[in-house]
Design a protein around this ligand. Structure first.
Ligand code: GLA
Length: 580
């Protein structure tokens, strides 16, 4: 069996100096039938390792039910890496950031009494120990010294940017070792003195996350750790997008030049991302730096392999750099061919109000609106309702997390947007008040980790409390037309529209949402994610592995109304305007 260790200046593979050339590829952002393809393409760029986080909340959305099948089959993903002749780096968190909902923490955690996230508080430690009881038995047998691909395991994630509870990090180190992890451990932090010191822990190699100013960053790392290999564990080669902003890209030349500097300095690297993939369903996270900004559905990241899995100019620029330092396979990776262009028409529309009772049970009554978390609704949409008894006036809510369409007697009267800091709306007189509330994704970085979602009270109308609330959490993780029954017809609110389209053969597609408002879409039951006219993103990636030769079904939940109700699949992704 091979051995992987930390030497004086290098990683050592069976005693010989070894440079890690890794690329990030998150299994939970790529359709499982496309994992092998992406791994093979990483090999062809000259990489010798794949790095992945583990997304706890994807595996365990409900406490005590840890799923490891299909898209969550981490064991299979790691084995595929091994079969490609590559090494694997695992970053099981428990916190992972990653622009992923809550940085990977399941929503049910936040309701545990007295819990203090990412600390040595006993309640938190008990929960993460139970989580690691699921993860470590998958990873441990696949370590390199037991014949598997895993060479490194990361402790927490950029902990120095969050806390200074060293006892917590020490607990994690003990827990990993106790769970059979024998490969070297690492920590990662942005290379500032402060963060590196707060994030480090005895028994783990200190590594950095950065994408530029390479000599300076490596020098800082070296100051904090006089021996051991230098490693950039997140070489940022692109960036992510928020709704309502431009699409981020970085120059392939500049990124390649920085990669060259890293490799020339003898450092090891993990490229973040090699292939970003997609935040399918309701899995995207958000940032909050004075204002709430959620991440778009695409996690293309302007990475070497684009969201669809094809080589970009950055792929070739990186491969050219890597070739100067390491052998690179002969086989090429093509650039994206045009995807099939086709059109279809919606042939049935049904109001959300007509089918809501099929999608979730109405809970209540409650004096004040419960948060989604109070009714164990992990993510997505819920409908809040309360009697108005003929009253009108200014409706004031404590907080809307993160967007509410307000209806009076079924008629939309306005929208409250968290990112506009909306709290108040004048409403007309009516009998029934309804708010269709969307959790647009939980904050994944900083102090707001774990904040509640849904409608937060108190809610008042002209200063008087609104009481008698019900809430209906909607189950939308998978959805087909059959789930909606035979109903048809619209009222003024949100509605589902259904179309079918024929394919000669399955192929990756780009669903054009340019002329739609805001909503979510499913193909053959699979949740493609959110779309929004705000952009920057104006197409949704449809993995061909989710399609069939013959007739396929599209279901769209449009919250407001289509500017143009045509269904179009276009040849190229439209990720939006880049900054000039
Ligand atoms: C940090 C985190 C990553 C990711 C990147 C930005 O480095 O560790 O999970 O959030 O920032 O893409």
């Amino acid at each position: 069996m091979a051995r992987f260790a930390i030497g004086e200046r290098d990683f050592l593979l069976d005693g010989e100096p070894h440079r890690v050339l890794a690329g990030a590829l998150h299994y939970f952002r790529v359709h499982p039938d496309q994992w092998a393809d992406r791994i093979e393409k990483a090999r062809r760029m000259g990489l010798n390792a794949i790095e992945t986080y583990v997304a706890w909340n994807a595996h365990e959305p409900v406490r005590g039910s840890f799923a490891t099948d299909g898209a969550l089959d981490l064991d299979r993903f790691l084995r595929l890496i091994g079969e490609a002749g590559m090494h694997a780096i695992v970053r099981p968190g428990p916190y992972i950031c990653a622009e992923w909902d809550s940085g990977g923490l399941p929503a049910w955690l936040f309701r545990r009494p007295g819990i203090r996230l990412r600390s040595a508080e006993p309640g938190w430690l008990a929960e993460i120990d139970a989580y690691l009881d699921h993860v470590l038995p998958i990873v441990a047998p696949l370590q390199i010294d037991r014949g598997g691909p895993v060479i490194l395991l990361q402790v927490e994630n950029e902990y120095g940017a969050y806390g200074d509870d060293t006892a917590y990090l020490e607990h994690l180190v003990r827990r990993y070792r106790g769970g059979g992890i024998t490969v070297p451990l690492t920590t990662v932090d942005q290379p500032t003195d402060d963060m590196l010191e707060r994030g480090r822990v005895d028994g783990a190699l200190l590594t950095g996350s950065f994408g530029s100013r390479v000599p300076e960053r490596l020098a800082t790392l070296r100051q904090h750790q006089p021996t051991g290999p230098l490693m950039c564990s997140e070489f940022w080669d692109g960036w992510f997008d928020h709704w309502g902003e431009h699409h981020h890209t970085t120059s392939a030349e500049d990124a390649a030049a920085s990669l060259d500097e890293l490799l020339a300095a003898g450092a090891s690297v993990s490229i973040y991302m090699f292939h970003g993939g997609t935040d399918f369903g309701f899995t995207n996270g958000a940032n909050h730096k004075g204002a709430y900004k959620s991440h778009v559905t695409s996690y293309d990241y302007d990475a070497p392999l684009d969201e669809t899995g094809w080589a970009t100019p950055k792929f070739r620029a990186f491969r050219d750099v890597i070739r100067r330092y390491a052998p690179v396979p002969e086989e090429d990776v093509p650039t994206a061919p045009a995807a099939p262009a086709l059109t279809a028409a919606f042939d049935r529309t049904v109001a959300l109000s007509a089918v809501a009772d099929r999608l979730g049970e109405e809970l209540g009554p409650f004096d004040a609106p419960p948060a989604f978390d109070d009714v164990e609704h992990p993510r997505g949409f819920g409908i809040y309702a309360a009697p108005l008894d003929g009253r009108s006036g200014v409706l004031v809510v404590g907080a809307v997390r993160d967007r509410a369409q307000v209806l009076v007697d079924g008629v939309p009267v306005g929208v409250l947007e968290r990112d506009r800091h909306d709290h108040a709306l004048r409403i007309p007189a009516g009998r029934r008040l309804e708010l269709l509330v969307e959790d647009r994704g939980r904050v994944n970085y900083g102090d707001r980790l774990g904040e509640p979602k849904g409608l937060l009270g108190p809610v008042t109308l002209d200063g008087l409390p609104v009481t008698g609330w019900t809430v209906r959490p909607l189950r939308l993780d998978r959805l087909t037309a059959a789930d909606l029954g035979d109903a048809a017809g619209t009222d003024a609110g949100a509605a589902f529209s259904i179309a079918s389209f024929d394919l000669d053969a399955p192929a990756d597609l780009h669903l054009d949402t340019t002329h739609w408002g805001k909503g979510v879409a499913w193909v053959n039951g699979f949740h493609l994610g959110r779309y929004w006219a705000r952009g920057p993103q104006h197409t949704l990636f449809v993995p061909g592995t989710q399609l069939v030769a013959g007739t396929n079904e599209l279901v769209v939940l449009e919250l407001h109304g289509f500017r143009d109700p045509a269904v179009r699949f276009v040849p190229r992704p439209l990720l939006g305007q880049v900054e000039e």
